[in-house]
Design a protein around this ligand. Structure first.
Ligand code: FE2
Length: 128
């Protein structure tokens, strides 16, 4: 089966409305990159989609870090380091991948982070 898009599922929800909304938007932006790769529209268009994903990722990470910092999350330092790594990975992806092989890589890039790290802060917001 060929996957043409990353599908948002409720399993990805962290339970913080503003951050879930951000994550949904990031999935949509990833799908724009994927669509550009499939359409074979050339590097310029893929890079344009990548620019949008890159900019919103940085904006989102800052918002997420500020919210969890306000909750005194002891894992904040490790979480911030992961965000820095993800930003660096996106840069190397951009340099190396422009075909459909980008899809599973993008999926691992952010969805695994949401499912494994971001869901770890959900409990901090339970009583909010
Ligand atoms: Fe995160």
């Amino acid at each position: 089966m060929v996957i043409h898009a990353i599908k948002w599922t409720d399993e990805m929800a962290v339970g913080v409305p503003a951050l879930d909304e951000d994550h949904r938007k990031l999935v949509a932006l990833m799908n724009k990159v994927i669509a550009a790769c499939y359409a074979g529209v050339g590097k310029a268009m893929v890079n344009k989609a990548m620019d949008e994903l890159d900019a919103y990722t940085k904006e989102h990470f800052s918002r997420e870090e500020a919210l969890i910092e306000a909750k005194n999350d002891p894992n904040l330092g490790a979480h911030k380091r992961q965000h820095q790594e993800l930003i660096a990975e996106l840069e190397s992806l951009r340099a190396n991948l422009h075909g459909t092989e980008i899809i599973p890589v993008l999926y691992r890039w952010l969805i695994v982070h949401i499912m494994e790290t971001d869901k770890g802060y959900s409990h901090l917001f339970k009583d909010a």
